[in-house]
Design a protein around this ligand. Structure first.
Ligand SMILES: [Zn+2]
Length: 181
């Protein structure tokens, strides 16, 4: 590990340890932070654009995005796997660009595989509504701890109901949707 990488890890550890304090401080000094960031962006416009297009820039943007989605673990290592993967780990089609996804387990929040678009969407192991699709009948079905739920928002009104089994949730969903017409 080079010194730059080491420093980065130390910073990250410091951040995780003092997360709440840092959040509080940032919130208190929100305007100051905003202004500093704005001035920095203005002064370093070209430098930032260049960085965004660089491999390091793309990497940090991608990892940031994963973290925002709630993925935890050693994402530097996951990124290396992600980068090196050229075929879907499930169906073996060549993957790249927009047809390449880092799949994670929504319960453990850890990396699971690198998949093509259709394997990522149609993964029946995944009951997260964001990834559900029509063909598996799990659209609008989510899993919370050990319960399966049907969740739907119609005209800003959120309707949800939870069941012990996936089958019950799907059955309820079908009934609910047919009543909606
Ligand atoms: Zn695939």
């Amino acid at each position: 590990m080079d010194s730059k990488e080491k420093k980065k890890r130390e910073n990250r550890q410091y951040y995780l340890k003092n997360k709440e304090k840092i959040k509080e401080y940032k919130l208190k000094n929100k305007e100051k932070y905003k202004e500093t960031a704005r001035l920095y962006r203005l002064k370093n416009k070209e430098k930032i654009q260049e960085y965004r297009k660089s491999p390091q820039g793309i990497k940090s943007h991608t990892i940031c995005d994963w973290r925002r989605k709630g993925v935890i673990g050693d994402l530097d290592a996951v990124y290396d796997i992600y980068l090196a993967t050229t075929e879907c780990m499930k169906c073996s089609v060549p993957i790249s660009g927009l047809n390449k996804h880092m799949d994670h387990d929504h319960e453990t929040r850890l990396y699971r595989a690198v998949l093509c678009n259709s394997c990522n969407i149609g993964n029946p192991l995944d009951l997260h509504c964001h990834k559900s699709n029509k063909s598996t009948g799990i659209k609008n079905i989510t899993k919370r701890k050990k319960r399966y739920g049907f969740e739907k928002t119609t005209k800003k009104i959120r309707h949800s109901k939870y069941f012990k089994t996936l089958e019950e949730a799907i059955q309820y969903k079908e009934q609910y949707l047919s009543e909606l017409g």
